[in-house]
Design a protein around this ligand. Structure first.
Ligand code: SF4
Length: 446
């Protein structure tokens, strides 16, 4: 069966999966990251609640009621993650946040949130990955190491692939890497430009000055890059037929943050006076871009949305997870499609360990180790369907390849929302125990 890979923002749609005896037995065309997800054995089958120093199995209906009660009773509930689940589930999550007056945030706040801030200020000169594949003769990765983070990005979309107007494949394309160290991607680039940490804003400003005819005002070197090398790079970009800049979290999580991205976009805008040039953020989780799409079309904001005032309020640095947990403000948290235990600062995880933390996830994660309640679900793209947005914002439907009898995120969240709304209406909880966990009710409003 040909399927889409639910791991990184490439959403490769050419994987061939074999299922035998109710399990995936082989995966062709995937990189090692994607194959490992399909072949993983680290799955829960029953909801678990922490009971003293050990775990106790509970039914799905009990787990969902309990999770709904915890969130609805909290003063400052936070719903975080969403990058590893479907767009459909994300929409239900936003409705839950609205119903309980909580804050809903996604992984963008710790990865490409600054890219979104830059884009909000100066726009997004983007294109699809198919356009890059067919047209780009110059590809630049800046602060990104796709050989490790998106292993098939180069072979499917940018360098080692033939395109409609690039039928000689990598012979038709120039690959440049700009980074603070010689990464694995830099080792296979045609040119590697090493930049001093924190120097991105200065270098984009210098490139912009060169394009605008002011190379003479530059110092002998900028962020460790000699002026002549910068002039060469600006000329290479200006003379490209079609250039594509891919920006990683080396730009968004280093000094300058969103201003680095804004200045990169201004450089691209200037290049478009001479040629065609585009910019694409290298989105990590398979549906982290989807979080920004769904959050934006339902609330008007891409992440860090506070619904406690009855209207959406957005202020990154105030309504984002690291800040909320760092201030000790949150008194209950739902984690879904993310693993803060692996990615957040220690003080944030210490706070999560002190408050009721509910984890909805197909897999055991580091966050499981301090969760209060763990609800296992079907994995989108493996044992249930769902929609994801590729890093270039193309929505792609993921397929179901096997049935493990687990409810999916949409079903669990819908039942939780139904329970919360019934509480609000003064009804007693009526989420009924079903014979099969896949029969969890979905509100009629959906
Ligand atoms: S590059 Fe990403 S989407 Fe493609 S197979 Fe690897 S992990 Fe999956």
């Amino acid at each position: 069966m040909i399927v889409v890979c639910p791991l990184c923002g490439c959403l490769c749609d050419d994987l061939v999966v074999t299922v035998e005896g109710g399990a995936v037995t082989s995966v062709d065309n995937a990189c090692s990251l994607g194959a490992a997800k399909f072949l993983s054995q680290s799955r829960h089958r029953k909801p678990l609640v922490r009971d003293g120093g050990s775990w106790r199995e509970v039914s799905y209906s009990e787990a969902i009621r309990s999770a709904g009660d915890i969130l609805a009773d909290a003063e400052r509930p936070l719903l975080f993650g969403w990058s590893g689940t479907s767009a459909e589930a994300q929409c239900i999550g936003i409705h839950i946040a609205e119903a309980i007056g909580g804050v809903i945030d996604n992984c963008s706040s710790i990865c490409h949130g600054p890219s979104l801030l830059g884009i909000q200020e100066v726009g997004h000169p983007g294109c699809t990955l198919g356009t890059v594949k067919n047209r780009a003769d110059l590809v630049i990765y800046w602060g990104s190491n796709p050989i490790e983070s998106h292993p098939r990005h180069l072979s499917r979309y940018t360098k080692f692939v033939n395109g409609k107007f690039r039928d000689e494949g990598h012979h038709d394309r120039t690959l440049i890497v700009v980074d603070i160290r010689k990464t694995d991607t830099a080792k296979i680039a045609d040119e590697f430009i090493q930049i001093k940490p924190g120097g991105d804003y200065a270098v984009f400003s210098a490139l912009l000055a060169i394009l605008r005819g002011h190379a003479d005002v530059l110092p002998a070197s900028v962020a460790g890059i000699p002026r002549e090398r910068l002039i060469w790079l600006a000329d290479l970009c200006r003379n490209a037929q079609f250039g594509s800049l891919f920006t990683g979290i080396g730009l968004t999580q280093s000094p300058g943050r969103y201003k680095n991205v804004r200045s990169a976009i201004q450089f691209i805008d200037e290049l478009n006076r001479y040629t065609k040039f585009t910019l694409t953020p290298m989105r990590g989780h398979w549906n982290v871009n989807g979080t920004n799409q769904t959050f934006s079309y339902l609330t008007g904001y891409p992440y860090g949305v506070d619904l406690s005032r009855g209207i959406p309020y957005y202020n990154p640095g105030e309504t984002t997870i690291v800040d909320l947990l760092g201030r000790g403000e949150v008194d209950a948290c739902l984690v879904i499609g993310a693993d803060p235990g692996a990615h957040l600062p220690r003080r944030c995880n210490e706070h999560l360990a002190r408050i009721p933390t509910i984890v909805i996830d197909p897999f055991v994660s580091l966050t499981s180790s301090f969760a209060t309640l763990q609800i296992p679900v079907a994995c989108v793209g493996i044992d249930c369907e769902g929609t994801g947005y590729r890093m270039d914002s193309v929505p792609i439907r993921l397929r179901k390849v096997l049935d493990l009898g687990l409810p999916n995120d949409e079903e669990v969240l819908s039942a939780m929302l139904e329970h919360i709304l019934e509480r609000e209406q003064g009804n007693s909880a009526t989420v009924k125990e079903r014979a099969s966990p896949t029969a969890i009710g979905v509100p009629a409003s959906r």
